[in-house]
Design a protein around this ligand. Structure first.
Ligand code: MRU
Length: 366
């Protein structure tokens, strides 16, 4: 997608053939900066500190991180150690493990002297595959938005989204926002309700930044607003992303997603989840019991960062000194609240049989 008229991916290999460049998402929307990942340790820190974030992009960054480790030492034990450290950098999005497994399997079937070249080309292939998947998700999801348009003859289709599942969360296009971009480019009038997504505000900062860049009409709302909008007929459909979807269709996504799904269910608003197959964890069925929910530092709840009128970045405390806070990163929306999963192979019901019929090889090899 474009920033100031120039096409960007979120991650790319630098001309030196070794270091990797990423968009520093912690600086957006106020400042567009890139950061160079020159070492395996840089990649781990970028994932941990959310310089890069979003399930598909975490996976691709993990793959390039492993390539950086291999460039230093292609031995089996060095690869295993780098794999373990990268895997622990963020626990919930399964795309990280998926990408690391894909790359490690290929490395271990290749002699050490050839591993460096292979690692970089496989990381690039993982990035390219993600773009293809998000592109296809966009086409299938746009069809659902177009189908809603005749029910909104004299106004745009109102879509609510949570967190950032746009191109910044992937390599390009995104998951939940790809259908919106495709529908808008096909001439469907859309308007997006953007949940601010406390505590890190990925909606208010990143989704709004993306939609502004694509000139898509949108409105930022406080996280608690969605239910009220749905009760008053102001949301035609919801589309969110996923960090891990079980084989039974339970969806783990940014904290607050479950509450939106409940409100959508109560108001008969379709609730769609867009995800590439790399987000499906075929090993597990029960999202509530089997997914480890990342718990981050409480300072993300007690403090907020923003830009002052003078153009300075400032971090301020919101809460009284002495009040403890907890910061759960994700929650699980049970499959029964999901109207459809939008994947790179089409939309399907959120259940095991439907997922298995779209991805028979993946389901059976888990
Ligand atoms: O903590 P984040 O910003 O990495 O969380 C991201 C999300 O929850 C997204 O909705 C999800 O990864 C889907 S991204 C295509």
């Amino acid at each position: 997608m474009k920033i100031n008229g120039r096409h960007y991916r979120t991650i790319w290999l630098n001309p030196d053939g070794r270091s990797v460049e990423v968009i520093d998402q912690s600086k957006l929307p106020h400042s567009f900066e890139t950061q160079t990942l020159s070492s395996f340790g840089d990649a781990v820190e970028a994932i941990k500190n959310m310089i890069v974030r979003g399930a598909p992009l975490i996976g691709v960054t993990g793959a390039y991180g492993l390539a950086l480790a291999v460039a230093d030492d292609p031995a089996d034990n060095a690869i295993e150690a780098a794999y373990a450290e990268l895997l622990g950098s963020r626990p919930t999005a399964v795309n990280l493990r998926w990408a690391l497994d894909r790359l490690r399997d290929r490395l271990f079937s290749t002699p050490p002297p050839m591993r460096r070249t292979l690692a970089y080309s496989e990381a690039a292939a993982i990035a390219d595959d993600d773009i293809q998947a998000c592109h296809a998700i966009g086409e299938y999801g746009a069809a659902l938005i177009s189908a809603a348009a005749p029910r909104c003859p004299d106004r745009p289709v109102n879509i609510l989204t949570h967190c950032n599942a746009g191109w910044l969360a992937a390599v390009d296009w995104g998951t939940a926002l790809a259908p919106i971009y495709k529908a808008a480019r096909a001439g469907v009038a859309v308007h997006v309700w953007v949940d601010e997504t406390r505590p890190r505000n990925q909606g208010a900062s990143l989704t709004a930044f993306e939609l502004l860049g694509e000139a898509i009409p949108h409105t930022i709302i406080a996280d608690n607003t969605g239910g009220h909008l749905m009760q008053h007929g102001l949301v035609d459909l919801c589309i969110v992303g996923s960090d891990r979807t079980t084989r039974a269709g339970d969806v783990c996504n940014k904290i607050g997603t479950y509450l939106k799904a409940l409100a959508a269910h109560d108001n008969s608003v379709p609730f769609y989840v867009a995800l590439p197959s790399s987000t499906i964890d075929w090993r597990i069925s029960d999202g509530l019991r089997e997914i480890r929910i990342e718990e981050r530092d409480q300072s993300e709840v007690t403090h907020i960062c923003g830009r002052t009128e003078r153009g300075e970045t400032a971090r301020v405390r919101l809460t009284p000194h002495g009040s403890p806070a907890r910061n759960f990163g994700f929650d699980v929306t049970p499959a029964r609240l999901v109207s459809a999963l939008i994947t790179e192979r089409g939309a399907c019901a959120a259940n095991e049989a439907a997922l298995q019929s779209l991805f028979p090889n993946l389901a059976n090899s888990a």
